[in-house]
Design a binder for this molecule. Structure first.
Ligand SMILES: Nc1ncnc2c1ncn2[C@@H]1O[C@H](COP(=O)(O)OP(=O)(O)OP(=O)(O)O)[C@@H](O)[C@H]1O
Ligand SMILES: [Mg+2]
Length: 258
């Protein structure tokens, strides 16, 4: 990535208040296509609120630019259509649909105009459905969700795979800037490596990835840069190596977590 590459996503001065509580204060960062930005910080620091602010899921002050356009005033669903998407700390799937159907739904949502055309021309629908099925299966397998799981419902696959799935679905729905909130929450061991592989694969595909994580091994291994948030403010920003030797970070967070 050339240092001159303009950021795909840039946020400036984001501030979130819940009543009297200021959860996020004057937060600014940027991330380029093909880059992983890590966000770390103690519980309640304002990390998820930052994602809510970027995606306009809460009222906030500040500005958001996507691919050079100021998109501050757009609602969440318009931002999603432009490729700015978020996954949550909790999984959210269509529980009655299979893994494959969940992936098809994600893909078809993106191509909803071609879908409606196929509804007008029913004889074309089978072809569209088959194409979506193929694309969905390929999407899942290429991100490490094996064919043996595709016919199962989300609740019936391993929890670690469910965490992978929520990221894959957000990507499949057309994310170019993907905000991933604690993908490793509740997982461990081998799942961590699969998640690391997934994040690296997203970067290889030129997604601008922003990931919140408490698992330091994971974030330090995959992030290109890290922003540390404490009490709603940016405490530090730098490479994983910078962050690991930053006095303020060690004192406020890493020292405590160790
Ligand atoms: N909808 C809300 N209404 C009121 N207060 C909220 C709301 N969401 C979060 N908060 C508060 O805002 C602060 C920041 O919360 P946030 O969820 O952003 O933290 P976090 O860094 O994501 O924490 P964690 O690591 O535990 O997920 C906390 O004090 C939290 O209790
Ligand atoms: Mg959170």
């Amino acid at each position: 990535m050339s240092p001159a590459a303009p950021p795909l996503l840039r946020v400036e001065g984001l501030t979130v208040r819940y009543g009297a509580l200021t959860a996020l204060k004057d937060m600014s960062w940027q991330v380029s296509a093909g880059e992983i930005l890590g966000i770390i910080g103690p519980n309640g620091a304002g990390k998820s609120s930052c994602f809510a602010a970027v995606t306009h899921a809460v009222p906030r002050l500040g500005d958001v630019w996507l691919a050079g356009e100021r998109v501050t005033d757009l609602p969440t669903f318009r931002l999603a259509r432009l490729g700015l998407r978020r996954t949550f700390q909790q999984n959210a799937f269509f529980g009655e649909l299979s893994i494959l159907e969940n992936a098809m739904a994600a893909i078809l949502r993106e191509h909803s105009t071609s879908l409606s055309r196929s509804i007008l021309l029913p004889w074309r629908e089978a072809a569209t459905r088959q194409a979506a099925e193929r694309a969905a299966a390929e999407l899942l397998t290429s991100f490490g969700i094996e064919a043996a799981d595709h016919a199962k419902r989300p609740a019936d696959i391993a929890y670690g795979t469910q965490r992978l799935l929520s990221v894959v679905l957000a990507y499949g729905a057309g994310a170019q800037a993907l905000l991933i909130d604690e993908p490793a929450a509740g997982t461990g061991g081998p799942d961590m490596q699969r998640l690391a592989d997934l994040l690296v694969e997203l970067r290889r595909r030129r997604v601008a990835v922003v990931v919140i994580e408490h698992h330091m091994d994971l974030i330090m291994a995959v992030a290109d840069r890290i922003v540390v948030i404490e009490q709603g403010r940016k405490l530090a920003e730098g490479t994983p190596a910078d962050i690991q030797r930053n006095e303020a970070v060690l004192e406020a967070y890493l020292g405590r977590a160790a």
